[in-house]
Design a protein. Structure first.
Lengths: 110, 114
């Protein structure tokens, strides 16, 4: 099935650094969502975006819905050890299925 | 705990056996979704219910797969004659009746077919 292009595929950073990742699609979406998944668990919703150009924050996380409705980015400021995991973007039209990105694996180097 | 729950969390079965998974959505949610996730990939959509009506099925859902939501509450996903390629994490999500379409996921059922 279709998966959105997400980059980078993996990141190795030191605690305290800022992180930026993005997601692009060939088709438009009405909603963009960002999830975090820990090993063996289901994805946990971090941020939802509903309008093109919207910039939304949730604590140290900031996400933007691209003006073309075909992309989104997620920033994490001042990373901490519990930020380790895999981050997925997802696009949605209406109440329908989510189309997920390929994921960004975040590792914090001691 | 009022989140999405799934049972079992892990299932090991032999090729050719049938398996059934259960999902209990957040109680006030009327929409329920099933996804499959293989190692290193994002979740992929399988099927979607609004109340008891199954509104969409992915082409990933072969005729060996069937999902039901008989009373518009919990849902079951059955796989008949399992194959090794069915090994994956099966995720359930639910979303509510309002404008917000945010989907909340359960912990998943990890299926291993030997």
């Amino acid at each position: 099935g279709q998966q959105l292009n997400q980059s980078p595929q993996s990141m190795f950073i030191q605690e305290g650094e800022d992180v930026s990742m993005n997601c692009t699609s060939s088709s438009i979406f009405n909603t963009w969502l960002w999830y975090k998944q820990d090993p063996g668990e289901g994805p946990v919703l971090l941020i939802a975006l509903y309008k093109a150009g919207e910039l939304t924050s949730n604590g140290r996380l900031t996400a933007q819905f691209g003006i073309t409705r075909k992309d989104s980015f997620l920033n994490i400021s001042a990373s901490i050890p519990s930020d380790v995991g895999i981050y997925f973007c997802a696009g949605q039209l209406g109440n329908e299925k989510l189309t997920f990105g390929t994921g960004t694996r975040l590792t914090i180097i001691p | 705990d009022t989140g999405v729950s799934q049972d079992p969390r892990h299932k090991i079965t032999k090729r050719g056996q049938n398996v059934t998974f259960r999902c209990d959505p957040i109680s006030e949610h009327n929409r329920l979704y099933w996804y499959r996730q293989t190692l290193g990939q994002g979740p992929e959509f399988l099927t979607y219910f609004q109340n008891e009506a199954q509104l969409e099925k992915s082409r990933l859902l072969s005729d060996r797969f069937s999902a039901e939501r008989p009373k518009g509450s919990f849902s079951t996903l059955e796989i008949q004659r399992t194959e090794q390629g069915d090994s994956a994490m099966y995720l359930c999500a639910s979303s509510g009746r309002g404008v917000s379409n945010e989907q909340f996921f359960g912990p998943g059922t990890r299926l291993t077919v030997l």
